[in-house]
Design a protein around this ligand. Structure first.
Ligand SMILES: C[S@@+](CC[C@H](N)C(=O)[O-])C[C@H]1O[C@@H](n2cnc3c(N)ncnc32)[C@H](O)[C@@H]1O
Length: 180
């Protein structure tokens, strides 16, 4: 599942790369989803695009083997980030991976400065956790394991990281966690 899939480019690329995989794109924006559906038809691929209500993902518990999200989390306020991460954890199968690529705090002053433009355009409150480098700790707080930055990239608009976390290996350990 591609969380915050926008107009579906990555979801369609994933389907073209892995034709046997069931790929689903999800976004809050109906217009973007309409464009994504048209794009999938043009590419002749079977990718489903679903709308998110911003609160609960329209999927059953443990029903996905992989969730990816690119440049969507910086649009979410902290409470929405936590809500989305908890929902993603709920729908991931045991030991499955979440990969988030998004803006992150840079060690380089120039790159931190470059992130100011998207922050002003997209909103200071929803980009705050990205600017402070808090996305990995948010994953960990929500229950993801083995959380870490796998790659860092310098972009024109600041530094971006690829951050991954894994859902707990068995449903038992999740139940223990929720009862803790
Ligand atoms: C910068 S675009 C990235 C789109 C795509 N992932 C890409 O990399 O091209 C950000 C996307 O996040 C979506 N978005 C914003 N708030 C959201 C939310 N609360 N839940 C899910 N998606 C959201 C927007 O509708 C938009 O499609």
């Amino acid at each position: 599942m591609d969380f915050g899939c926008g107009t579906g480019t990555l979801a369609i690329m994933l389907k073209l790369a892995q034709p046997e995989a069931v790929i689903v794109g999800l976004d809050i924006d109906a217009t973007a989803l309409g464009i994504a559906r048209d794009k999938a038809v043009r590419h002749g691929v079977d990718v489903r695009f679903d709308q998110y209500d911003g609160a609960s993902l329209p999927y059953a518990d443990s029903s996905f083997d992989y969730v990816v999200s690119t440049f969507a989390f910086h649009h979410l306020l902290d409470s929405q980030k936590y809500g989305a991460l908890r929902e993603i954890l709920r729908i991931l199968a045991s030991g499955a991976t979440l990969t988030v690529a998004d803006f992150d705090r840079s060690h380089k002053v120039l790159l931190r400065g470059a992130f100011l433009l998207p922050r002003l355009l997209d909103g200071l409150a929803n980009t705050r956790a990205n600017a402070l480098g808090l996305i990995p700790s948010m994953l960990a707080e929500c229950g993801f394991l083995e959380v870490g930055r796998r790659e860092r990239y310098a972009t024109l608009f600041g530094e971006a990281s690829v951050i991954q976390g894994r859902s707990p290996p068995s449903s038992n350990s999740r139940q223990e966690k929720s009862h803790a």
